[in-house]
Design a protein around this ligand. Structure first.
Ligand code: MTE
Length: 302
């Protein structure tokens, strides 16, 4: 296990802008609509040095079932989603519950660039230069009560704008959860952008979770509710098929999905016949996170 990380290890100084500043900068540059101001962000020590996928690849090959189950559906349909105004309800075992406007959440947070691999349970992967901030900084601000053991997340339900929600493909809202220590880990971020710009809607605008050592489905998009709870929450894929998907869903090449291997992965964009890459335990972050699971049998707690 690596030494305990301090805030200064992971927060590059003076390399962040808040959402208002980004929008103001975009305005000053005469840009309408979404902001396209570049955000200067120093590489985080947690970033992979692998080459990021292109913006085109990252924003056209998506899983966001609210917009349909085809990989191209989110890019086709997500433009209809209204992401401003947006607020996130913070509920449950916290000192300061409430519905927080996104701009208030982002006021003063340290936005960083974090280049992470996203390893999907479908055995493909991408490398994404996220812009985000640590979830723990938000949880600290709302005051987590001692009885809280888990964090539950919910995505927006708005079938008028999310055509996939007009069918019962999943039991909406899309739900995810983390154990509190996972949520408080400095690798866990809430992302509001990528490639130095605001988040494309198909990638979960305006705010989504990114947990780089877990399969991609844990990284819930377009979050409207965060609850601190005592019991392990119900999560979408466990509700859907508990034999195939577990609550933890740590990337683990040694534990196969019942219908396919998790030992290797196909990097999006590398061509269909490109050599497959070996999947790494915890997606390459074992040194940072394996200690969270000391004493657990990860073939049981999969
Ligand atoms: N969040 C919601 N709300 N709905 C979804 O269908 N799909 C998950 C996750 N978050 C999903 C979601 C899955 S299966 C993956 S692999 C990632 O989003 C994909 O994120 P990306 O499209 O940004 O690569």
């Amino acid at each position: 296990m690596a030494r305990k990380l301090g805030w200064s290890d992971v927060t590059p100084k003076a390399h962040w802008l808040n959402r208002r500043q980004i929008l103001a900068a975009a305005g000053a540059m005469g840009l309408a609509g979404p902001a396209f101001a570049r955000i200067e962000a120093k590489p985080s020590r947690f970033s992979t040095d692998e080459k990021p996928n292109t913006l085109e690849e990252i924003s056209t090959y998506n899983n966001f079932y609210e917009f349909g189950t085809d990989k191209g559906d989110p890019a086709r349909h997500a433009s209809a989603l209204t992401t401003d105004p947006w607020s996130v309800e913070i509920a449950g075992l916290v000192d300061r519950p409430g519905r927080y406007p996104l701009d208030d959440i982002l006021k003063g947070v340290a936005l960083e660039e974090r280049i992470y691999r996203l390893r999907c349970v479908e055995a493909w992967s991408m490398v994404v230069p996220w812009i985000g901030f640590e979830l723990r900084s938000l949880l600290d601000r709302v005051g987590v009560q001692p009885s809280a053991k888990f964090v539950a997340f919910e995505t927006l339900v708005r079938p008028e704008e999310m055509p996939g929600q007009r069918s019962p493909i999943l039991d909406w809202p899309y739900r995810e959860g983390l154990r509190l220590d996972e949520a408080m880990h400095p690798l866990t971020i809430l992302a509001t952008g990528l490639y130095g710009e605001e988040m494309p809607k198909q990638n979960g605008a305006p705010i989504r979770l990114v947990v780089p050592w877990k399969y991609g489905f844990k990284s819930i998009k377009s979050i409207v509710k965060i609850s601190l709870v005592e019991k392990m929450p119900e999560t979408t894929w466990v509700m859907q098929n508990p034999r195939e998907y577990g609550f933890y869903s740590n990337v683990n090449p040694a534990v196969d999905h019942p219908r396919w291997s998790q030992a290797s992965e196909r990097r999006i964009g590398s061509g269909f016949f490109a050599r497959r890459i070996d999947t790494q335990p915890f997606n390459g972050y074992a040194e940072e996170v394996a200690g969270l699971y000391a004493g657990q049998d990860l073939a049981v707690d999969f």
